[in-house]
Design a binder for this molecule. Structure first.
Ligand code: IFM
Length: 438
């Protein structure tokens, strides 16, 4: 395959990613319905500093400028998500035409700028009206999701070719329904595991619905796969790493790629395991055109089988270890052991304590290093035979980091939330140069 000066294949896609609730704002404008994140962030004590996504990066009003910024960075692809309650305020039934128009305009502006849209259908902002009926705990939600997917494929399918059904169902499952630190803020492991099954089913039904609209559509799902690695090769460490992987990563990967939940995880979950109806696993495991992988860090396990910090590693503002070789090992494992379909790195990035300097610039050398090291490991994975098709940095803009509010900055573009001014960070300039050399 032809390769470019930076040694990536010529058709490798370079992009950036965002999500609706994290950047759009306009939480109750033009007929949008309430989402579970609107309700959650409006509940005192749920989000740091009482921050909400009410305004966020005001992208709903500034999308043209933001696309111009993407063009200035030379992005070839942009991954964004659709706010389900913006287009279907109650989650089903009544359509909000103004919501559809917004995404229609966004896609047109992207295509005019020669930027390929990658659309995520669910990045966590469930219509609250569906939560009133038990949300993802209700099997019917999977069917409503497929109807919503069909609506979007019908409206945008003439221009959008790449669809990502769900973003990180693991986080929806465990942070939203077991730990309670994400919307809808529930703490019930049995419910959470049922939710995970309904999410996977929703993915499968949506994939069918999109393909029924457009047989050429490329459909995938995005998983956060943070590998479990051992510091020392003890039986305790090996057992903990195996179980951690099965219960967190394998739990989503194996139904999709092998049509069953990992037996060791099923055994550990015991009577909390989800109810599965006949035919579900076939719907879930239908062909994936690609797998989206979100990678930020590894889970390091100490010799006693407990999580441990690596003494010599750098850690980000999220407390996440910077260790890029784990990305290569993960990609190679997905390729060799799981025979994964083509892969996109759908998110990779880091939060650091960014400050604009006296010169008006933002010198985020640590983020430049983070990106450089991870992109290098992605390149090595390609050399080892992984069918890697593209890389999306998380994130284009600083944005609402869920329970952390605006306290964590992941952008390659800084956002001054008081003025909504955008400043391209050094990492953004570096990324632009790197893309330009490809
Ligand atoms: O901001 C999130 C994103 O919404 C999902 N993946 C991880 C990112 C950083 O925490």
């Amino acid at each position: 395959m032809a390769s470019s000066p930076n040694n990536f294949p010529k058709n490798f896609l370079w992009g950036a990613a965002t999500a609706s609730y994290q950047i759009e704002g306009a939480w109750n404008e033009d007929g949008k319905g309430e989402s579970i994140w609107d309700r959650f962030s409006h509940t005192p004590g749920k989000v740091q500093n009482g921050d909400t996504g009410d305004v966020a990066c005001d992208h709903y009003h500034r999308y043209r400028d933001d696309v111009a910024l993407m063009q200035r960075l030379g992005l070839q692809a942009y991954r964004f998500s659709i706010s389900w309650p913006r287009v279907l305020p109650e989650g089903r039934g009544r359509i909000n035409p103004a919501g559809l128009d917004f995404y229609d305009r966004l896609v047109d502006v992207l295509l005019e700028a020669k930027i390929q849209p990658f659309v995520t259908l669910y990045h966590w902002d469930l219509p609250h009206a569906l939560q009133d009926w038990n949300g993802w705990g209700n099997r019917d939600t999977s069917a409503y999701f497929a109807d919503y997917a069909a609506l979007m494929a019908h409206r945008l399918g003439d221009r959008v070719k790449n669809w990502m059904t769900l973003n990180e169902p693991q986080v929806v499952t465990f942070n939203g329904h077991r730990g309670g630190e994400h919307a809808p803020g529930l703490r019930d492991e049995k419910l959470a595991l049922q939710v995970s099954h309904h999410l996977l089913l929703a993915h499968g039904l949506a994939a069918q619905a999109i393909r029924a609209m457009d047989p050429q559509a490329q459909v995938g799902i995005v998983l956060n796969l943070w590998p479990f690695e051992t510091q020392a090769d003890t039986p305790e460490a090996r057992a903990a790493a195996g179980s951690g992987w099965a219960k967190n990563c394998g739990w989503f990967l194996e139904p999709l790629l092998r049509a069953h939940y990992p037996p060791v995880a099923l055994e550990e979950y015991g009577e909390r395991a989800p109810m599965i109806q006949p035919g579900d696993m076939a719907v879930i495991s239908q062909r994936l055109d690609f797998l989206g992988v979100n990678f930020y860090q590894r889970n390091l396990i100490g010799s006693d089988g407990k999580p441990v910090r690596a003494p010599d590693s750098e850690y980000t503002e999220m407390g996440w270890e910077v260790h890029a070789p784990a990305l290569r090992r993960l990609l190679v494992r997905l390729h060799q052991e799981y025979h994964a379909p083509p892969i996109y790195i759908a998110e990779n990035g880091a939060a650091f304590n960014d400050k604009v300097d006296a010169d008006g610039c933002l010198h985020d050398a640590r983020r430049v290093n983070y990106l450089r090291e991870h992109i290098e490991q992605a390149r090595l994975a390609l050399q080892e035979g992984v069918d890697l098709r593209g890389y999306f940095v998380w994130s284009l803009l600083d944005n609402f980091e869920w329970g952390w509010g605006y306290s964590k900055r992941f952008g390659i573009v800084y956002v001054d939330y008081a003025t909504q001014q955008r400043v391209i960070k050094d990492s953004g300039e570096w990324y632009a140069k790197m893309i330009n050399s490809s």
